[in-house]
Design a binder for this molecule. Structure first.
Ligand code: ATP
Length: 713
């Protein structure tokens, strides 16, 4: 008797999702060279069982042997090129053409170009595939399913696992596919197929009926019909299901040798097996099953897998205009938007002005335009005569970008502020100049005179930026106004300035621009955010579409996927870094006092950190929505706490420590040190930023690998 090892043996398999038991002490045997039809109602666990067979899920207890080894074991070829897997979902990249989809798997399995061309031609004819250049996303559901089947068949695997391959196909095509599968089995390969069309499984050599986590029957279709005295398999299954709880526990069929129907004679190369005894597998002796066979896998598959995934990612990226624009144009748009919109002083600001001094003068309000008027003169007795000084004040105010709109009364001016027309109202009393003259020469003045010599200001403080700007401009106006008056009266200009002298700053310049302060933080956040979003979106799409899972069954390792993605994203991040630096330093003249290379490296590392954060989101979030929530929920606190919007010194100590651990806070400070102070990278103020960035990369990668290890997704 020729003893022939089984292709698949499952022994006392148990699998639950939480409290929901899916497989319960399940035994299953699939002999080599047969078509095995796995049937069962929706949700009974067929897909779960298949994914345990291909090594993508682990049983809670029990054993699985596939092609003489354990799935997932090193060198078993499963997952890998010994299996062809067609999942229930299409699991193909929408940006693939029909040809790309088939070639992608061909490359993973290490097929050379000629072989792929030949197989593609063959499968195109067999499965009536749409034209090779048609995009998967433009194919109909049935066409996509046929392409998906072609992708599973491309490399002539030893074991074909097809999860509902014939759904939605027309009967003629279904018949052709079954004929082809019979031919494949005659060639010695094994086929496990699930289908909802029970009748078509008549063509299988063996059928397993899965219900409530167990196989109710596992026999040749004719045998099932005979045993249950039925004309159709549907009737037989109905009977079996009704009798399920009355039946004694099923003894695995392989232990009771049956006769394989004459019509189902099975061939493997030159050997033909006419009887079940011939065909028997020694499931009771796991020695035979676990005996290692040398898998017929081509060498250097890792290289071809890298190539396949690399080409796939490039195709996905280049054929996705949104992604391309997002990655290349967004950094430019965001940097330009920032430099154009942020940090500039408000312009064309008008304030409501009531000038009673001028109004009651002989020329009325026009007096301020009268160039012959002398506003301040030194008299012979060395006293300073001041006249219509409000005109000078208003002139100085305009030179500080605050323009007057004249009102007649202070009530009207304040009403204009109240209604939001202006941010400030100014009032000069009728005796402004004379009171000011007395005030500047006499220390002992009465409150009334003090009041008359003051410019009264009412502000709308609800807009902090603008009201602080107006306050600042009025202080500057006062400064230049008094200097002008003192000069006219031949007095030292600085005598009535505030007695605080600001020397040249140690760092930066006397008129710092907000934009320079914010730029490092903004560059850091942009370069972190973009790769983060691109990575999480691409990865979640791949996973939800089943592409990741399917590639993994074909043998692509998570590490290989990550490496390819990291390489490609790194290239994109490099381009983004260069774009941003050229724009910020050459385009908008942000000073760069430190090392260009150090600045580039810090930005690049931040991009990598953002990419790792994107990976992190993609492995921990089950959907795009979830990832969006987490990304938005985390980016905002990162930006709010990083010190660009408000200094850390304004936060409580506890919050400050939290802020320092976030990815933007210390790196933004380090970049500012590099740019504005030219600090060396050997200084902790700079290298701390690098350390925090690297720590974020390492920690997120560790969490990603941990997750991938713990959960085979
Ligand atoms: N990751 C998971 N977490 C929790 N429950 C799951 C998970 N995957 C599957 N299940 C549940 O396990 C049961 C079996 O699912 P499975 O996909 O294996 O069924 P199936 O027989 O393939 O169904 P169908 O024919 O509809 O595809 C279902 O009730 C399903 O809801």
């Amino acid at each position: 008797m020729a003893v022939r090892p089984a292709a698949v043996v499952v022994e006392r398999a148990n699998k639950s999702y939480g409290t929901h038991t899916v497989l319960q002490d399940l035994d299953m045997t699939v002999e080599r060279g047969i078509i095995y039809g796995l049937l069962g109602p929706s949700g009974c666990g067929k897909t779960t069982l298949l994914s345990c067979i291909v090594g993508r899920r682990q049983l809670d207890s029990g054993n699985v042997w596939v092609l003489g080894g354990r799935p997932g074991e090193k060198g078993s070829g499963v997952p890998g090129p010994r299996v062809g897997y067609m999942p229930q979902d299409i699991a193909l990249v929408g940006e693939f053409t029909v040809r790309d989809a088939v070639y992608y798997f061909g490359r993973i399995y290490g097929m050379d170009n000629d072989k792929m061309v030949e197989r593609f031609e063959f499968l195109s004819n067999l499965l009536e595939l749409p034209s090779g250049g048609k995009f998967i996303k433009n194919c109909s559901g049935g066409q996509q399913r046929r392409v998906s089947l072609a992708a599973a068949l491309v490399h002539n695997p030893e074991l074909l696992i097809l999860d509902e391959p014939t759904v939605g196909l027309d009967p003629v095509l279904r018949e052709q596919i079954w004929e082809f599968l019979s031919e494949v089995a005659r060639g010695g390969a094994t086929v496990i197929i699930t289908t909802h069309y029970i009748d078509e499984t008549k063509q299988a050599h063996k059928i397993g009926l899965l219900r409530d986590g167990q196989l109710l029957a596992e026999e040749a279709p004719e045998e099932i019909l005979r045993k249950f005295d039925c004309n159709t398999l549907e009737d037989a299954f109905l009977k079996l299901s009704l009798m399920q709880h009355e039946l004694p526990p099923r003894i695995p069929s392989t232990l009771t040798p049956d006769v394989i129907p004459a019509t189902r004679a099975i061939a493997n190369g030159d050997t033909r097996y006419e009887s079940r005894e011939d065909f028997n597998v020694v499931t009771s002796s796991t020695d035979v099953l676990t005996k290692k066979e040398k898998p017929k896998t081509p060498k250097n598959l890792s290289r071809s897998r890298y190539k396949a995934v690399f080409i796939k990612c490039i195709q996905q990226f280049c054929r996705h205009p949104g992604g391309l624009i997002f990655s290349i144009l967004f950094p430019i748009i965001e940097v330009v938007a920032f430099f154009m919109a942020v940090g500039h002083d408000p312009r064309d600001l008008h304030v409501a002005v009531v000038n009673e001094e001028a109004a009651f003068s002989p020329f009325g309000l026009d007096i301020c335009n009268n160039r012959s008027i002398k506003h301040a003169t030194l008299l012979e007795d060395e006293t300073c005569d001041m006249y219509m000084m409000s005109c000078w004040f208003l002139e100085e105010m305009e030179s500080h970008d605050l323009y007057k709109t004249v009102y007649n009364t202070s009530e009207e001016a304040r009403a204009a502020v109240q209604t939001g027309k202006y941010y400030a109202a100014l009032y000069f009393g009728a005796n402004f100049s004379s009171a000011l003259g007395v005030r500047l020469t006499d220390w002992q003045v009465e409150d009334e005179l003090l009041d008359e010599s003051s410019v009264k200001v009412w502000l709308d403080m609800t807009n902090h930026q603008i009201s602080y700007f107006i306050k600042n401009q009025l202080h500057k106006t006062y400064e230049s106004f008094t200097k002008r008056a003192m000069k006219a009266c031949d007095r030292p200009e600085n005598t009535i300035q505030i007695p605080v002298n600001f020397h040249d700053p140690i760092h930066g310049n006397k008129q710092p621009e907000m934009v320079q302060y914010m730029a490092p933080g903004i560059l850091i956040t942009i370069i972190f955010f973009l790769p983060g979003v691109v990575t999480s979106t691409l990865m979640i799409s791949d996973r939800l579409e089943g592409v990741w899972e399917r590639s993994a069954v074909a043998g692509v390792k998570a590490r290989e996927m990550l490496n390819v993605h990291i390489t490609l994203q790194s290239a994109v991040i490099l381009v983004q870094t260069i774009e941003m630096m050229v724009l910020a330093f050459a385009g908008y003249g942000i000073p760069m006092r430190g090392s260009n290379i150090a600045c580039g490296c810090l930005l690049f590392l931040q991009g990598l950190s953002g990419m790792c954060y994107g990976f992190f989101l993609s492995v921990y979030c089950s959907s795009h929505t979830m990832s969006f929530f987490v990304a938005t929920g985390s980016f905002y606190p990162m930006i709010l706490l990083c010190g660009i919007l408000w200094p850390l010194e304004g936060m409580s100590m506890g919050l400050r420590y939290v802020a320092l651990t976030l990815p933007f806070t210390i790196p933004s400070k380090s970049l500012r040190e590099l740019l504005e102070k030219g600090t060396s990278v050997t200084d902790p103020a700079v290298y701390n930023g690098f350390l925090v960035t690297i720590a974020w990369i390492v920690i997120t990668l560790a969490f990603i690998l941990l997750r991938l290890k713990l959960k085979k997704t």
